[in-house]
Write a protein that binds this ligand. Structure first.
Ligand SMILES: [Zn+2]
Length: 61
């Protein structure tokens, strides 16, 4: 699975760019990927979610 190349900054609404490079085997759920906000320069560590749509209960739609 691949993380998005950018995310929206929770603090300022700016664009956060991916800092981490994918390992040879690719990212897996639970891996931490780092982003840097271009506006406030905050760093965000985001855990890769296991968002398998076929996953059993536990999540609201
Ligand atoms: Zn920001």
């Amino acid at each position: 699975m691949d993380p998005p190349s950018t995310i929206v900054c929770v603090d300022c609404g700016g664009t956060c760019h991916l800092l981490s490079y994918a390992p040879d085997e690719g990212f897996e759920p639970g891996d931490i990927v780092a982003y840097r906000c271009e506006d406030c320069l905050d760093r965000w560590d985001v855990e890769m979610a296991d968002d398998d749509p076929g996953a059993p209960d536990g999540h609201r739609s």
